[in-house]
Design a protein around this ligand. Structure first.
Ligand SMILES: Cc1ncc(COP(=O)(O)O)c(C=O)c1O
Length: 324
C-alpha cells in the first residue's frame, strides 16, 4: 500500500486501480470492472446501471439487496421490489421463481446472491443456470451479489468464470473472506461498466489516490483466494465441535462455506450471558436473541487451534451461563 502508484481515477490515471479492474474483469471472464468502496455501493451502482428509476426488481426475500439495502435501493435507485421466496435444503438454497405470481409490471432485473448470507448456503450451478435461463427468456438481465463470490466458487467446486457466466454483472466483495481493508469490484460488459462509472460518480464514489486501497485489494486477490478453503474447513470443524456441546446445536448439512448458524437448544441458557462470556474471552459471534441463534464466521486470522479453543470456551460458557 505504501508503495502503490496512485492518481486521480476521475481521469482513469490511477494505475493501481486500473490494474485491479483489469484483474477482476479477467478473473471473471467479463469485459470490464469498476472499483467501488463497498458491496453496498457495488449493488446500488449495478441496479442503477441496469434499470431506470420506477422499475421493479426481482430479489430473493432474504437477500442482502432487499433485507439490508432495500431502503437505499428504493430511495436512491428509485426501484420497487418483487420478492421471491426461497427454500433451503441442507447446504443449498433455491429461489421459487416458478411459484411467483407477478402482479403489476414485469420486473426489469433479477438479483441473485451466492453464497447466500442467510443462511450461509449455496445456490447450486444447475439452479443458477436454470434461473439465468428463466431470466433470459424474459429478456431480464441478471445481477449476482458476490459479496462472498469466491466462497461460492470453492463451495460449488467451480471456476470463477463459470459462476460469473450465469450473470450479466457481478459485485465481487474484496473485504470479506478476501480480507482487504475495504472495496468491491463491479464486473460486467464494457458498456455496462461505462454506465456504472457514471452512476458511481453520482453516488460520490469516485476515488482520489484510491490506488492505496487497490494495492491491498490486489494483494488480497493474490494471497487470499487459495487459502479460503481453510476457512471452510475451520467452519466445519467448528460446527462439529459446537454440535457436540450439550445445549447447542448446529445443522451440519448446512455448513458449506465459512458461515454457520448455531441454535441454542437449552431453554434455561441466557444467550446474552453466554455470548458476553465468549466476547470477554475474545470470541465474537453475531447474536439473534429472538430466534435464539448465533452466527459464526471463520476468517484468515483464525487457525484450526483457535477453533478448538473456541469450542472449549463455548462449552465453558454454557456451564457458566447456566450457573449464573
Ligand atoms: C450478501 C451481501 N451483500 C452485500 C453486502 C454489503 O457489503 P458491504 O458491507 O461491503 O457494503 C453484504 C455485507 O454483509 C452481504 O452479506
Amino acid at each position: 500500500m505504501a508503495e502503490a502508484q496512485v492518481g486521480n481515477d476521475d481521469f482513469r490515471d490511477d494505475p493501481t486501480i486500473n490494474q485491479l479492474e483489469e484483474r477482476g474483469a479477467h478473473l471473471l471472464g467479463k469485459e470490464a470492472a469498476l472499483f467501488v468502496h463497498s458491496g453496498t455501493m457495488a449493488n446500488l451502482t449495478a441496479v442503477m446501471s441496469h434499470v431506470e428509476a420506477g422499475a421493479t426488481i426481482l430479489v430473493g426475500e432474504r437477500f442482502h439487496i432487499f433485507d439490508y439495502e432495500g431502503a437505499a435501493m428504493r430511495r436512491v435507485a428509485g426501484v420497487e421490489f418483487a420478492l421471491v421466496a426461497d427454500q433451503t435444503c441442507g447446504g443449498s438454497t433455491r429461489l421459487l421463481v416458478e411459484e411467483l405470481e407477478i402482479k403489476g409490471p414485469e420486473p426489469a432485473l433479477l438479483c441473485l446472491e451466492n453464497s447466500v448470507n442467510t443462511p450461509g448456503t449455496l445456490i447450486e450451478m444447475d439452479h443458477m443456470n436454470e434461473l439465468a435461463g428463466w431470466a433470459a427468456e424474459r429478456g431480464m438481465p441478471v445481477h449476482l451479489d458476490g459479496a462472498r463470490f469466491f466462497n461460492a466458487c470453492i463451495g460449488l467446486g467451480v471456476d470463477p468464470r463459470e459462476l460469473a457466466s450465469c450473470a450479466d454483472s457481478v459485485s465481487l466483495g474484496l473485504s470479506k473472506a478476501l480480507a482487504a481493508p475495504c472495496g468491491s469490484l463491479l464486473v460486467g460488459s464494457g458498456e455496462f461498466i461505462e454506465q456504472a462509472r457514471h452512476n458511481r460518480w453520482m453516488l460520490g464514489g469516485n476515488w482520489k489516490q484510491g490506488g492505496v486501497v487497490a494495492a491491498a485489494c490486489l494483494a488480497a486477490l493474490d494471497t487470499m483466494n487459495e487459502r479460503m478453503v481453510q476457512d471452510h474447513e475451520n467452519a466445519s470443524r467448528l460446527a462439529r465441535g459446537l454440535d457436540a456441546v450439550e445445549g447447542l446445536a448446529v445443522d451440519l448439512s448446512r455448513v458449506v462455506t465459512n458461515i454457520l448458524y448455531m441454535q441454542v437448544t437449552e431453554d434455561r441458557l441466557d444467550l446474552e450471558a453466554w455470548s458476553n462470556f465468549m466476547a470477554r474471552h475474545g470470541v465474537l459471534t453475531g447474536r439473534f436473541e429472538s430466534e435464539r441463534f448465533c452466527r459464526w464466521v471463520t476468517h484468515p486470522d483464525i487457525a484450526a487451534e483457535d477453533i478448538d479453543r473456541a469450542v472449549e470456551l463455548a462449552a465453558e460458557a454454557v456451564h457458566w451461563a447456566l450457573a449464573s
